[in-house]
Design a protein around this ligand. Structure first.
Ligand SMILES: Cc1cc2nc3c(=O)[nH]c(=O)nc-3n(C[C@H](O)[C@H](O)[C@H](O)COP(=O)(O)O)c2cc1C
Length: 204
């Protein structure tokens, strides 16, 4: 049974990134009626930030962890298990202050785990996740940051997510951006329409 992990991060009921990620998931479910979808909204679920005791538990060898440390890692372990199980990863990401919401970064900090999702080797770090995962990232932005223009330097979403997912061995990533969402009127509608056309053209 194929598994899709669906992570949204906007708190807005009228969220464009959430709408686009949901449209993709619906399309995927049509193609994979036996598929399983695991969904989170990192902002609505108020994922915690890492504190000192969680860091201590991360860096204590599994066999030496206290009961309290195991409890401390329960959420991170669950999120990592979901990531390992997923064949397809889908993200809905609003652009906030040029980057991703802090709650999505909190999810990333909970799943980038030495010994679980990557490991240290003599030649540097190496991913531990099963190979072959595909990721789809649907962003919504107030402005426009086209590739190969000076404005693209302001986009701190796509380069960061590409790099951190690449670090985990996830190389096959499709980005679809709904731009101009703060311009209103036709410009905003055109940004969504273009993204929806790109979703319709995807083979899933
Ligand atoms: C706190 C906050 C910060 C934002 N920062 C940016 C930004 O840096 N650049 C930009 O183009 N749009 C920015 N916007 C506009 C949002 O990206 C836009 O409204 C988008 O539609 C939000 O995604 P959502 O519809 O999925 O919630 C910001 C919006 C908010 C609420």
């Amino acid at each position: 049974m194929p598994t899709l992990l669906h992570i949204d991060s906007s708190p807005r009921s009228a969220s464009v990134s959430t709408k686009l990620s949901a449209e993709f998931v619906e399309k995927w479910m049509e193609q994979h009626p036996d598929g399983r979808v695991i969904h989170h909204n990192t902002t609505l679920e108020k994922l915690p930030f890492i504190d000192e005791s969680t860091l201590g538990a991360f860096f204590t060898p599994a066999e030496a962890r206290s009961t309290e440390q195991k409890q401390q890692l329960a959420l991170s372990d669950k999120l990592v298990d979901e990531l390992i199980a997923a064949d397809v990863l889908v993200f809905g990401v609003p652009m906030w202050n040029l980057g991703i919401p802090a709650s999505l970064k909190a999810w990333i900090d909970l799943i980038v785990r030495a010994g679980r999702t990557f490991t240290y080797t003599a030649n540097g770090v190496a991913p531990l996740l099963p190979a072959g995962k595909k990721a789809y990232v649907f962003t919504a932005r107030g402005g426009s940051y086209p590739h190969d223009t000076p404005a693209s330097a302001f986009d701190q979403q796509e380069p960061y997510l590409k790099t951190i997912f690449g670090f985990l061995g996830i190389q096959e990533i499709t980005f679809i951006h709904a731009e101009n969402q703060s311009r209103g009127g036709d410009a905003s509608l055109a940004g969504v329409a273009k993204a929806e056309e790109e979703i319709a053209a995807l083979a899933v």
